[in-house]
Write a protein that binds this ligand. Structure first.
Ligand code: ADP
Ligand code: MG
Length: 449
């Protein structure tokens, strides 16, 4: 990092930080901060809430101290003013979009209205979902032109539907004329049953085939529904052949679904991405974001405490937060750790017994790239070692629930920004480099075996 030579250190900071963190992290945490003044060495910033302020200070104190030419040990010469963020332009939901007159309003009885809250802006990114989120974003920007179909799989409550609807919102806001439909697999089956009874299946087929984007949630419900599977497969092929975008979510990867080989092969045509369980820091960020939406103040300590004890999926985390928020509002109490223990104790999950350790990650990466663990931990800039180090950092962040600082420490005391940079680079590289993607998948299998 360089020392500021410009008049406004905040501009320099923004330039530096944008190169270091992902776009989404930037949008979630840095963009909401407004520059007010820079006077006599003191910077005044506006922040929408105290979480954003804490994030900035906790992660960038050293950088800011350098930019403001101050001693790192002294308090930063920054004044924060809490100021409510301007309300976001609302994205129009499917249910509010006027249907074209050519579409019969009751043609699909079970199509789904996009959930207003499920958009990219409210989806918190972390190592467990970074890759699939960027793929989803890419698809929404250029439907039918990048990854087609996009197949999103992962356990329950981890944000698959949230991502699916986010694609829908972005497509609708960017491409006004596009015909988009969001359905659940059960809805598709129920519609098909209805149209079979009413002898109007052809109309339904024509409708599907006229779409530009089809979002299908929970394809696992197509398993063991043989008649419907074939109809779905025909519709799928017809859309894909016309380069129309399809996005599918599932609780399993295509190969593990009990469906015909034909449809599995079709679903593997495009890109298959996994949404995993978020790591500790991402869970904290999700909690803080959701707490803020509810108008509940929770300190960093409380958020960490909850996120350490509830880790299996985001839906459970949200349920716990709803309960805590209701209690604090009704009883006019603060969300302290004692209150959390009382109110959420029964939600707490047994501590995670992970077999994965940093040693295991380092050994697996070192043997795949034929380099020494000591070199990965060291500072060699040799191409192979540097790549192995970045991959080990990326995997450590994905697989361990340790804090950023602790993980950076495993690599000979590198800084957390080096760690973030490595994670971002590897996530991006995987989008275009199939070999790298396979190598990482192999290492992961080895680590988790
Ligand atoms: P799934 O479809 O995978 O079962 P959902 O998409 O319904 O899960 O997500 C469950 C809840 O968790 C939703 O309220 C969603 O907004 C929230 N959620 C999941 N992942 C995230 C995330 N990364 N950021 C913000 N909210 C999330
Ligand atoms: Mg879902």
């Amino acid at each position: 990092m360089t020392v500021c030579t410009q008049e406004n250190p905040w501009d320099t900071f923004l330039e530096l930080v944008q190169q270091e963190i992902s776009k989404i992290e930037y949008i979630n945490w840095i963009k909401p901060i407004g520059f007010r003044t820079f006077d006599a060495g003191k910077l005044t910033l506006s922040v929408p809430n105290v979480f954003v302020q804490n994030y900035l200070v906790e992660n960038y104190a050293d950088t800011l101290a350098k930019l403001l030419n101050t001693d790192e040990k002294k308090p930063l010469p920054i004044e924060f003013v809490i100021e409510a963020a301007p309300t976001k332009k609302r994205v129009v939901a499917r249910s509010e979009v006027k249907k074209k007159p050519t579409l019969k309003p009751n043609l699909l009885l079970h199509d789904v209205a996009l959930n207003d809250h499920y958009c990219f802006e409210t989806f918190i990114e972390g190592p467990s979902n970074q890759f699939i989120k960027s793929a989803a974003y890419g698809v929404a920007l250029k439907p039918g032109k990048t990854y087609n179909p996009l197949f999103i799989h992962g356990g329950v409550g981890l944000g698959k539907t949230h991502l699916l609807h986010s694609i829908g919102h972005l497509v609708q806001s960017k491409h006004k004329k596009i015909k988009l439909e969001c359905i659940t697999t059960e809805g598709f089956i129920n519609d098909l049953v209805y149209h079979l009874k009413n002898k109007s299946v052809d109309k339904m087929k024509r409708h599907y085939r006229s779409l530009d984007v089809l979002l299908v949630d929970d394809i696992q419900f197509l398993q063991n529904r043989l008649n419907f599977e074939e109809e779905f497969c025909n519709m799928f092929e017809s859309l894909i052949n016309q380069s129309k975008q399809i996005v599918i979510t599932s609780d399993k990867p295509p190969g593990e679904l009990n469906l015909s080989e034909r449809i599995i092969a079709r679903m593997e045509w495009g890109i298959v991405g996994h949404v995993g369980v978020p790591d500790l820091e991402t869970r904290v960020a999700i909690l803080q974001h959701k707490a803020e939406q509810k108008g509940l103040m929770i300190s960093s300590d409380t958020a960490f405490y909850i996120a350490e004890h509830i880790y299996k999926n985001v839906r459970q985390l949200e349920g716990a937060l709803n309960r805590l928020s209701a209690y604090c509002k009704l009883m006019d109490r603060e969300a302290t750790i004692d209150v959390v223990d009382d109110i959420l104790g029964e939600f707490f999950q047994a501590p995670l017994q992970s077999k994965v350790s940093i040693e295991r990650i380092l050994n697996s990466v070192a043997s795949m790239y034929r380099v020494r663990v000591a070199d990965i931990r060291g500072s060699s800039r040799h191409k192979d070692v540097a790549l192995a180090r970045q991959i080990a950092m990326y995997l450590a962040r994905q697989l361990l629930s340790d804090s950023l600082v602790k993980i950076a420490g495993y690599f000979g005391g590198k800084t957390h920004s080096t760690l973030l940079h490595a994670c971002k680079k590897i996530a991006q590289k995987q989008e275009t480099d199939e070999t790298l993607r396979r190598q990482i998948a192999l290492i992961r299998q080895n680590i988790e075996a």
